[in-house]
Design a protein around this ligand. Structure first.
Ligand code: DAH
Length: 338
């Protein structure tokens, strides 16, 4: 019987247990109610006394071996081949969602602040005529902004161009509507500039316009202070410096106090602590009249700011080109910004 058990042991060792079905069939064939072990135990009764000990040990060893093989094969799991797309039982990964572009985040926030102050949103065309971009805004014929070096003209006709500022939307609105009007006008503008860390041939502005009876420079200053404190924080201070624009009189540039705490603060404010954020002024009566508004009855203020500049300040972005390259490593940093 020892020889028989040795042969069976070789058989057990050689069995292929690659699938759950094969393991189960093996288990039933050896350990089941009608399995081989049962027969062997029945034969054991007839083994003569002196051989019992040796045969008994060999029988036990065979049974243990069978159980080991079943346990090992079951633990290893099915060695099925995975389809090319991988394991269907793996946990699902997150679904990548897009992020808002930083310029869109800041535009929405600025527009939202002015909407809460009672301004309505308006937009105008990017391809414009000379009147709405320059002449209607009091730019003299020889003004340098009209120069080929600044303005992109459309085709050969000097009357058609890409707007160089969103102030063109002011003219369209003043022509189309009677005061009172209180408008915020975001949009894309174009200038023939060499692309660098600080300049681009395409960028974004937000224009503001408020015309009614009795609008004063104090209203302008108060509105811009409200804006600056809503956007940069409640303790923000602003200052207005006299400036010049053809379409406003008087004109000013507005600075916010940025501080001089770090080396970067000193560099970006050129040691003054102040940073320019926008241009503004009282709409020149000649501009009101050119659009058919009675300047003896109405007065108004206007302002314009660059969205890129304000976004660079807010997020400490050093290079304007980052906004237009659409590098995901840049854009993904704004995930979660509403
Ligand atoms: N249009 C000017 C620019 O692009 C900005 C500006 C200044 C707009 C004064 C205004 C304003 O409405 O009143 O530089």
């Amino acid at each position: 019987m020892i020889d028989q058990l040795n042969a069976l042991r070789a058989e057990v060792d050689a069995a292929e247990l690659a699938t759950p079905e094969a393991i189960e069939a093996f288990r039933v064939a050896w350990l089941g109610r009608k399995g081989q072990m049962k027969d062997l135990l029945a034969q054991f009764k007839d083994v003569p006394g002196p051989e019992k000990r040796e045969v008994g040990q060999a029988l036990n060893a065979l049974k243990t071996r069978i159980e080991e093989r079943v346990a090992a094969a079951s633990a290893a799991g099915p060695s099925v081949e995975l389809p090319a797309w991988g394991d269907a039982t793996r946990p699902a990964g997150g679904i990548p969602v897009g992020t808002h572009h930083p310029l869109a985040v800041v535009r929405r926030e600025i527009v939202g602040i002015f909407e809460r102050l009672g301004f309505a949103v308006s937009e105008g065309p990017e391809i414009e005529d000379d009147w709405h971009v320059f002449s209607g805004l009091n730019f003299p014929p020889e003004h340098p902004a009209r120069d080929m070096q600044d303005t992109f003209f459309v085709g050969r006709d000097p009357d058609w161009l890409l707007r160089t500022h969103t102030s063109s939307v002011q003219v369209r609105e003043m022509e189309a509507h009677e005061p009172p009007m209180r408008l915020i006008m975001p949009g894309r503008v174009f200038r023939n500039e060499a692309i660098s860390a600080r300049a681009h041939c395409m960028f974004h502005q937000i224009e503001g316009l408020y015309i009614d009876e009795g609008v004063s420079f104090a209203d302008l200053k108060q509105t811009l202070l409200q804006f600056a404190q809503a956007f940069f924080g409640p303790d923000t201070r602003i200052r207005l410096r006299p400036s010049y624009f053809p379409f406003t009189e008087p004109s000013a540039e507005v600075d916010v106090y940025w501080g001089l705490k770090t080396e970067v603060d000193k560099r970006i404010t050129k040691g003054t602590g102040w940073l320019e954020i926008l241009g503004c002024g009282m709409v020149d009566p000649a501009v009101l009249e050119a659009s058919g508004i009675d300047s003896t009855k109405y007065s108004g203020f206007a302002f314009g700011m660059g969205i890129e500049r304000i976004t660079m300040l807010r997020y400490q972005i050093g290079d304007l080109r980052a906004f237009f390259e659409n590098d995901l490593r840049f854009l993904e940093q704004f995930a979660g910004e509403a």
